[in-house]
Design a protein around this ligand. Sequence first.
Ligand code: ARG
Ligand code: ZN
Length: 845
Amino acid sequence: QPVFLKDYTPFGFLVDQVELNFHLQPTATRVRAKIAFRPNPAARDRRFFLHGEDLTLISAAIDGSPVTPEITPEGLSCPVPEAPFVWEAEVEIAPAENTALEGLYMSNGMYCTQCEAEGFRKITFYPDRPDVMAPFRVRVDCDLPVLLSNGNPVAQGAGWAEWNDPWPKPSYLFALVAGELVATSDRFTTSEGREVALNVWVRPADQGKADYALDSLIRSMKWDEEVYGRAYDLDVFNIVAVDDFNMGAMENKGLNVFNSRYVLASPETATDRDYENIERIIAHEYFHNWTGDRITCRDWFQLSLKEGLTVFRDSQFSADMRSAAVKRIEDVMTLRARQFREDNGPLAHPVRPESYTEINNFYTATVYEKGAEVIGMLRRLVGPEGYARALDLYFARHDGQACTIEDWLQVFEEATGRDLTQFKRWYSQAGTPRVKVTEDFRDGTYTLHLEQKTPPTPGQDEKQPQVIPLAVGLLSSNGDEVLPTTVIELTEARQDAVFEGLAAKPVPSLLRGFSAPVILERDSAPEERAFLLAHDTDPFNKWEAGRSLAREVLIAMVTEEAAPAPAWLDALAAVARDEALDPAFRALALRLPGEDELAEALAERGTVPDPLAIHAARERAKTAVARHLDPLWAGLYAQMDCPGPYSPGAADAGRRALRLAALGYMARLDGGARAQAHFAAADNMTDEIGALSVLLETGGADEALDRFARRWGHDRLVMDKWFGLQATLAAPERAVAVTRALTEHPEFTWKNPNRFRAVIGGFSANAAGFHDASGAGYDLVADWLIRLDAVNPQTAARMSTAFETWARYDAGRREKAQAALERIAAREGLSRDMGEMVDRLLAAG
Ligand code: ARG
Ligand code: ZN
């Protein structure tokens, strides 16, 4: 029973006020709700239906008189007066039995909530849809010491607390937390002069690990004031770290709830990557206060309105805090690894989907990351000033509203005078556009012939041309820039771009900064790529030249068993030793394209990828790089030392990344001796995990693994790394056995989403292991998905994306993957989440 965008109708009633009263008990929590409704003049349908799932109704009344509503598994309906009325209901729920981690649940003795998208209906009967906005007042009764909800604290005493959130909000932004928690606190004075109390709440055992999160919050608040003119609007801002959490974090008004892995950090337990993620996600959830909370979505089809925009904003923030070039490269790597893969397979859907069965299945890379790319293109097309004007108008006009993509595009049209009719296709057409480029040069005129084409995706056979901003620069053969970055607007299926008055044929640097989420198709000689790697002034394209060169070399190594091209090895050596380059950039350049990226690239060329051959070629390539650059490693390793106390900043993190890259290559020559020493001497988690990964990849990790487990057995987040790395880095022929053994480990607490993702997600990312020709990898994952689906559908369904690429492989593998999927599909009592995912995945066959 899918829901369709085109069927939207407003709710028949408006809510003026919500009052909630919680008596928290693990298996018998009582929730009393008092809700003031009035007829919605903008709606015609006056049927009174409130969502409600897994609730035991104790009593209900309208204007004080008891009523007996009609109840179904989805909710209740009831006759109501034609004038404003007050609805009261008391329900009972059992948070301790809530293993789905949606609604009100318990994690390590604390109560917490996750309501987005449709979890509030598991707390009380309510019009649980984002276009119904209301102020909330909440009272919590519970003997736990810290009792939190949205908004400002009103009053509290022993065993109770009252909160008031004056800003109208949809129910998905409701939150409640009760637990034994300790705060790391600070204050922030907003540009409007408001004094805000900031707290990051963690369990007592984690005290001392919240400083970086708090610091990131303060920097985010300042940044949003400076860059977007957005100030915070309550007297307190609370963040709570929760160990059992389905997603990364949640932007509940004034009370952000986080997966503890994106809050807790110390140099000993968190890697540079963890610090970076904490900074980014703290910012992301904070930025939602304006793009999500103050202005929310009319319905869940508009999800990218808040998520695409907020991801775009958090990436601007990270770029400002760290290296913009490195951030862009990493974002594109993730986009390709996750969103292009999604767009190219059975789960492809537009940034604004037109239908869904379970909305939780649409919190995807397409809605988030491609949605952010679409906003980046928009900004490039209208320029930074136009973008700023459009955003000011957006905030001024839509504050307090539940909006649509149309509202969003409308402010850009009005603020900039640009017609965005064609641009809007980015929201409705799925699939990654392919842009094919050929060129010619005659009499000083250089012409780029551009062609765009988007392949069919499920439910969309024909695509219209899109507006593609193609940032281009031209270089002369000695490396001078003869044309600085210029944006070509590709709007037709075929179009030429002409550059006149050139002395000689230039070398084009195309799609600079990855100016559009497209696949560029252009035949170019390895020498040209090596030239761009050496000379391009655009840092993204400099990296991209090396990356595409590496991809070509690796593909030749897979298909022709070729030796790695010397031109590539020389180019890599030049980058590695170029001290003018940021160490983080050099580290990125030394990383080879992943196995899945290579499989995708082969499939794109019509070759059925062989996961084992890809793995083997990549191993050979790494060893060749290790040998060819042998003279460099020891020097780099010594030079990139980071003396002094650990700092998570971009500069030191970049040095550590380059040093660990060198360590990884050295291990292929010295049998891992240096890596063993590095592991033993490590005084921070980045180095410890870095060395352990090297040992896992090159062999000889057993002792280090034991030591690591003895040292960190008490720390869940650190042990997630231990579990995850073993599954991800196991050699193909051992991967299934290693993973199975991990699932039999006493510490494999599979109901914890982080632990499940570490092992099963880690294994799924081990392409050659997961796609083992025997089908054992498919079966292992399918068994665990079935098991998890019975307790936590949301996380189980999300992990089913492991099967996203099954159709690209050979008949033997396809048959086995399909059988595994069919086995899941046939399960009795399969969740709606998993049912929808498996149906879509099977449609690829
Ligand atoms: N809005 C949250 C964020 O992006 C994610 C919540 C996801 N929830 C879900 N049920 N899928 O910051
Ligand atoms: Zn978000």
